[in-house]
Write a protein that binds this ligand. Sequence first.
Ligand SMILES: [Zn+2]
Ligand SMILES: [Zn+2]
Length: 222
Amino acid sequence: MIKHIDTAPVIEAFAKNCECPVCELYGKTEEGYLESFLGGSVMEPDVRVEVNRKGFCAKHFLMLYGMGNRLGVALMAHTHLKETIEDIRKPTPKPKRWGRGAGDLHAPSCACCDKLNNTMERYLDTVIYLYETDSSFKSLLKNGKGLCVPHYRELMSRAVSNGKNAFAEDLRGIELANLEKLEKDLEWFTLKFDYRNADKPWGESRDALIRALAKVSGAKEV
Ligand SMILES: [Zn+2]
Ligand SMILES: [Zn+2]
């Protein structure tokens, strides 16, 4: 079932015309959540319980550490550490199955990732909802650069499993046209390394490598 949320952040991200508006949304949402986790006294009790229990993944602990509120991070790490010690003290500790990829050291449980994954699913639904109900958003999507490949696949599978075939067809067309253009740009980027092409114009290829990395992996554009 399609469950949409706030439409304004989605429209804003698509209006930026970047390689992936969903990556853009992800970054903004992630930043907002990390700030809210550090809000300390305003953190709701159920959020605090969740943070104590799950802690954060390496990426999010490091991002929090870099945000200039060492006391806030220390307090969260301390209560999480205490809960972890309690858990390890138990005579027959059961393996925890909190986060995605439970039991995998490289994908530990994370209060931020879990919250983000949940919100991002609803944002993807919002994209489909806006496409169906808002003609100016539809043309924004059609004239945009598509999505990064991981987000394209995610959105596509949500569309297909909800029977949104017209949307899926359009999205596939938009994605393919953009990937094909990018492939040509990237090819010319590689050919520019040939001395015989040194004096030929770059065209739109000067930033093709970084755009291609953003497109295939969702890596942030620099
Ligand atoms: Zn993306
Ligand atoms: Zn995380």
